[in-house]
Design a protein around this ligand. Structure first.
Ligand SMILES: Cc1cc2nc3c(=O)[nH]c(=O)nc-3n(C[C@H](O)[C@H](O)[C@H](O)COP(=O)(O)OP(=O)(O)OC[C@H]3O[C@@H](n4cnc5c(N)ncnc54)[C@H](O)[C@@H]3O)c2cc1C
Length: 332
């Protein structure tokens, strides 16, 4: 285990901001966790730092989980139950699954970050969400130091949301997750328009889908190693039918996706673009040219500068459309 005091968080967050933390524990052995938790009052669990914006120093202990391991627990003809440690890189795990011909997460290729964070916001992309293959999350409760295992139905998953962002926010360390993946008869999902156009149903394979997803992502999203960002800064808002009709009467080109008879998801990127933020820059912060939902650090931006820019977008959209955008990124 490595312990750094008054240490920079720059290499621990993909926005590349340089705030400090009182102490950072880089933990490979989860046997150490209960002692660390007992020794510190204020704790933040950190994976790859790809969904977090530090706007000030963190007065407390950061636990950066680095435990590794992938185990097949059970299998039959149709499926396999896999246990994956939180410190595994998510995309490395996806590639491992594809190599072993285990299906269900190929559409989630190239999402940055670690396995332990995947249930926090129920990661999703290209028509698939983690909940579709999820079995359980295991870990430690921060207050009682008791072990827990929560099954899918207990995790209250919804769009970019789960119990870990609500009732259990800042209350648990997830040390591993179990997923149920398909073994032979894969349920390929190419409903997303960009995938459907490129792939032929008759010749599908896990690898083909993953390769195509990676290609699309690389063409749309900045590489956080080169340009600091956290992917989508805001969630896509869900509005009711009457509000949809009101906006559509002024903007007939507004795209919308039906969720149920009264609720529709609309793209935050569209709202941002229509509000004049396409490729907009303000000193060290800007909107990414290929995807307006991605706010980028153009160099040495502080977390506060990034937050101010995000708030300006939020305010403008509220004024223009009477829609309150919600952050997908955790702001500290
Ligand atoms: C370029 C780019 C593209 C992206 N695309 C997508 C996408 O398509 N879909 C999507 O859903 N997300 C996307 N994201 C967001 C991000 O990759 C995911 O949310 C990812 O799961 C975050 O993982 P992380 O390890 O970096 O989490 P972190 O940023 O380290 O942490 C995120 C949150 O989870 C908590 N947490 C982390 N690990 C644990 C743990 N073990 N136990 C308890 N709490 C924990 C943290 O306290 C924090 O609240 C993208 C990000 C980037 C930079």
């Amino acid at each position: 285990m490595r312990i750094s005091r008054q240490a920079s968080l720059k290499k621990f967050n993909t926005f590349n901001v340089s705030e400090n933390a009182d102490v950072i524990y880089e933990v490979e052995d989860i046997g150490m966790l209960k002692n660390i938790v007992s020794d510190n009052n204020q704790i933040l669990i950190l994976g790859g730092g790809s969904n977090i914006l530090f706007t000030k120093s963190y007065n407390g202990a950061i636990i950066n989980l680095r435990n590794k391991g992938i185990k097949v627990l059970e299998e039959d003809k149709e499926s396999v139950l896999v246990d994956v440690c939180s410190g595994e890189n998510w995309n490395d795990f996806v590639l491992w699954a594809i190599k072993n011909n285990y299906g269900g997460i190929e559409n989630l290729s190239l999402i940055p970050g670690n396995v332990g964070a995947a249930p926090i916001q129920n990661i999703g992309a290209y028509g698939v969400e983690l909940k579709d293959v999820f079995y359980s999350a295991s870990g430690i409760m921060l207050d009682s130091l008791k072990d827990f295992e929560l099954k899918t139905s207990e995790c209250k998953f919804s769009y970019r949301n789960s119990i870990f962002k609500n009732e259990l926010k800042d209350k648990v360390i997830i040390t591993s997750i179990k997923l149920k993946l398909t073994k032979g008869n894969h349920n390929y999902n190419i409903e997303y328009k960009g995938l459907k156009e490129k792939l032929l149903k008759s010749e599908l394979s896990l690898k083909k889908i993953s390769d195509e997803v990676i290609k699309i992502r690389q063409s749309k999203l900045p590489d956080h190693k080169l340009i600091g960002n956290c992917g989508s800064f805001f969630k896509n808002p869900i509005i009711n039918l009457s509000k949809l009709k009101t906006i559509k009467s002024d903007f007939p080109d507004l795209p919308s996706f039906k969720i149920d008879s009264n609720n529709y998801k609309i793209p935050a990127a569209w709202l941002i673009e229509k509000s004049g933020f396409k490729e907009k820059r303000n000193k060290n912060v800007g909107v990414y040219k290929n995807q307006p939902l991605v706010i980028i650090n153009l160099g040495e931006a502080t977390g506060k500068e990034i937050l101010d820019f995000a708030n300006e977008i939020k305010e403008t959209i509220n004024n223009n459309f009477n829609i309150q955008l919600k952050e997908e990124v955790l702001v500290i």
